[in-house]
Every structure is written in C-alpha cells, then in structure tokens.
Design a protein around this ligand. Structure first.
Ligand code: ATP
Ligand code: MG
Length: 444
C-alpha cells in the first residue's frame, strides 16, 4: 500500500471531544469515525487492528476445542420471553418491529439464541461437552456511551457458551476458558488479571472479570499485587492442571468494587501488598448452571436413562474494546508514540524512500524492497509523500508502525537503514531485516 492512496485521515491535533488517550488517538489517526452517539464506523487502520485481535481471539478459542458459529444480530423476542429476560433487560435492549408487527430485537448477548440452537439438535450426554462461540456485533443502548469504542452502543464481541452434563464437567469447561483468556491477553501483550466477580442471583463463586490496569478504566479494583507475578506458562488442558491454575490465581485477593469488602481486604492482604487502582474490563466469564436451560427446556438424556437440564456457562471478550484497551496500555501520549504489539500493528513495516524521484534506479530499488516484504507476508506500507524525514517518522510513531526502513543517503551498497520505533537506526542487509521480521512473525 502507498500512503498517498491509503485512507488514513490523520488530524494535526487531538480532537477536543475526546477525553481519554485511546479515544484521542483513534480519532486523530483516523481509525474510527462516529456515525451517531455510541455508534462508529471502522476505517481501514482501526479495522485492520481489530481484525488482527479477532484472529488471535479465534485461534485461542479453537485451541480449547471451541467451535465457531455465527448467529444473527437480529433476534426474535419469543426466546427472550421464554427465559424471562425480555422484560428484565429493560432499556438497554434495542427493540424493533418488523413489517408483520413481530417483536424483534438487536441482540445484546446470545444465551437464549444459542440455547435454542442447542436444544433443537443435542439430545444425549454423549454429545457433551459442547463449546460454541461466535464473534458478532452486539447492541446495548447504554445510558452513557463514552470514551469512543470503549463504552459504545454497537460493539464487537466474542461470546462463547458451554454445555455440560454435570457441575463438575461444567467447571472443567469454565477452566478451559479461564486458561484461554489468560493466553489470549498475553498474546496481546496485556496483563489481564482475573478478578472474582458477582454471580448475581444464582450465587456460587464462579465468575471472573479480566481487567487490565489503566487510570482511565471504569472499574475500581482491589488486589493483592502478588497476583501480577503469576502466569499460565506450562499449563495444559487436563482437568487437574486447569483446576490448579485457577486456584493459583484465586489464592490472592482480587475483586472489583461490586465485590469489595474493606474488612476482608485488610484481613487477607498485608498492607505492603495492597493495590487499589482502576482498570478496564476486557473479558468476563460466568458459570450459571441451568439458569437458561431450565426455562428454555434444554435437557439431555443421562447415562442411566433419566433426563436433566444442561449446565451452561458464558464467556465474553470485548474485541472492539480491546483496540482501545491496548492503546490505553501502550500509547505514550507525551511522546506521541504508539507501541502496538507486533501481532496487531496496523502495518508491520514502513518503507521510507528519501530519494530523488527522478532517479529510476533508486525508485526500482524501493519497489523491489517493497515487493520482497510483501511476498513474505510482512504487512508493508510505502511512504511516497513529500514530507521531510522527521515528519514521516513522527507519523509512523503516531500510527504505530513498529519497524521502518529508510532508503536514502545512508543506505549505501547492500546496507539499509532499519529503525525500530523509539530507537536509533542501524545499518542492516535485507537478509538480516528479513530474519528479524520473520522471526517476530513466527513468535506471534
Ligand atoms: P461492563 O461492565 O463494562 O458494562 P458487562 O459486564 O456488561 O461490561 P459482558 O456482558 O460481560 O459485559 O460483555 C463481555 C465483554 O464485552 C466485556 O468484558 C467488555 O469487554 C465488552 N463490552 C461490554 N459492554 C460494552 C460496551 N458498551 N462497549 C464496548 N465493549 C463492551
Ligand atoms: Mg454492561
């Protein structure tokens, strides 16, 4: 892609309507455009990043044996009446009437619809567990949409649902998602901490919100900081190691304000380990037993011949919110440098020719270098504008293109000037650069 032809409408200054850095940057570099309150169009740069995040989320779902489906955005009110949530959901649900005067809605979540799909086909314990997920737009008519795509009305979510024959099996499914979430956020270079969350009227203790630290986050969090030293390295998906993994996290106090209890916090956590701060919820997992399978009558045959309602859980990741969350975590708004993890950067490499445009041999060299990186699947953009070098570097810092090749006076013979964002350039051959970039690509 040539930058002169790319649809990247960069603004000179931060837009005044944006209060937090992710919203500022996304408007500034033209990743999104608001179309109405809390509803956004995704422009090429933003859409590329979101699609790359989606790919990682998908890969990690597939690794635990979840199967991808795609449910529609528009749902019938019938199943919501069966579960009793049609009235309960209130004003957050966008309700629509079709030409036959049927009550429809734009799905805010999919427990009912997926249970309906399940019950029509799965009749025996032999087909369990079933882990189904989809990645689809949701609509919630939030009271106060704000912070750009962080809290908007239409947003892109991965939601998964598990169906099991018993509580024990359901907990095993839950733990698979617990691990898969840790891995997903780690691949996005985020430290997302699982925090005990409210399970609402069904009780029990099995719900975790995954929260990343950020001053601008909307969740107030209370933790034992030692939880930040944990990771999921070495975990495999057998029952025992997954249970151990979850327990390892649960031994440290870590809750959001809904569950906070001052007395408990002070009793369980030594003063020097206490951390009270703010965070962004990027995922939420939930075990709720037969809350939906019972009213919707989703039952299977058990080994002895009896029937029982399936035990369900649901597991969400805010794919579009993650774009903003990564910016909150990685954008240096003083220096105006955005450090995307390599795996989700909108472009991986920028080629910056600082040559005389009448010199055909120099132009050929640029084209050949570009073609080479395209052919090995490095997402590359050429800067063919007339700006000076420092403006170009500033622009790629702002957009967050992690590597740049500058072709100019200093690139004599076989050596090219190769620069990582925020660092000094070094002179390397095209083979050396290829090795660096392909290794990075393989790691992700
Ligand atoms: P929140 O407390 O932030 O409203 P929630 O508890 O309503 O979130 P879930 O229903 O569990 O969220 O949805 C799963 C994920 O979808 C959340 O963890 C979040 O990342 C994302 N999400 C939820 N609401 C929004 C929204 N209005 N805009 C963008 N992303 C959202
Ligand atoms: Mg909400």
């Amino acid at each position: 892609m040539y930058i002169s032809k790319a649809f990247i409408p960069i603004l000179k200054n931060n837009p005044s309507e944006a209060k937090i850095k992710s919203h500022q940057l996304m408007l500034r570099v033209g990743m999104i455009k608001q179309s109405s309150a809390g509803i956004y169009s995704w422009l090429p740069l933003g859409f590329k990043v979101m699609k790359k995040i989606e790919k990682i989320v998908r890969e990690e779902q597939n690794k635990i044996g979840a199967q991808e489906i795609l449910m529609p955005t528009i749902q019938s009110s019938e199943i919501w009446k069966e579960s009793g949530r049609y009235d309960d959901y209130g004003d957050e649900m966008l309700r629509i009437k079709d030409r036959q005067n049927r009550e429809m809605l734009y799905g805010p979540t999919n427990e009912e619809l997926v249970t309906d799909i399940f019950r029509s086909s799965i009749k025996s314990y032999k087909s369990l567990p079933q882990l189904l997920y989809h990645i689809q737009w949701k609509f919630r008519d939030e009271v106060r949409p704000r912070f750009g795509i962080m809290r908007c009305r239409e947003f892109y979510m991965k939601d998964a649902y598990s169906f099991d024959v018993s509580d024990e099996d359901a907990v095993y499914s839950y733990n698979k998602f617990f691990l898969s979430y840790l891995k997903t956020f780690k691949r996005l270079d985020l430290t997302a901490i699982p925090m005990a969350a409210d399970t609402g009227p069904i009780g029990g203790n099995l719900s975790h919100e995954f929260v990343i630290l950020a001053e601008t986050g909307e969740s107030k969090i209370f933790t034992d900081k030692r939880i930040f030293d944990l990771d999921s390295a070495g975990s495999v998906i057998d029952r025992k190691s997954l249970e151990d993994l979850r327990k390892k996290y649960e031994q440290f106090y870590s809750v959001t304000d809904e569950k906070f209890n001052k007395e408990e916090f002070e009793k369980e956590v030594l003063e020097e380990n206490r951390l009270i701060t703010k965070g962004i919820e990027v995922g939420h997992i939930f075990y709720f037993g037969d809350k939906y399978s019972k009213p919707l009558n989703a039952a299977v045959d058990l080994p002895g011949g009896k029937k029982d309602f399936v035990k369900m859980g649901s597991y969400g990741i805010g794919v579009s919110r993650l774009v903003g969350a990564i910016i909150e975590a990685k954008y240096d708004d003083k220096e105006e440098i955005m450090k995307w993890p390599f795996s989700v950067a909108p472009y991986e490499l920028a080629i910056i020719p600082m040559i005389n445009k009448n010199e055909t041999s120099a132009l050929d060299k640029v084209t050949n270098i570009f073609k080479h990186f395209e052919s090995i699947n490095i997402d590359t953009i050429i800067d063919d504008t007339d700006e000076n070098l420092s403006s170009k570097i500033k622009k790629f810092n702002l957009i967050g293109v992690p590597y740049q090749i500058i072709i100019g006076k200093k690139s004599e013979g076989d050596l090219l000037e190769f620069k990582e964002t925020g660092k000094d350039p070094q002179n390397l051959t095209i083979d050396q650069i290829t090795k660096i970039l392909t290794e990075l690509k393989a790691k992700n």
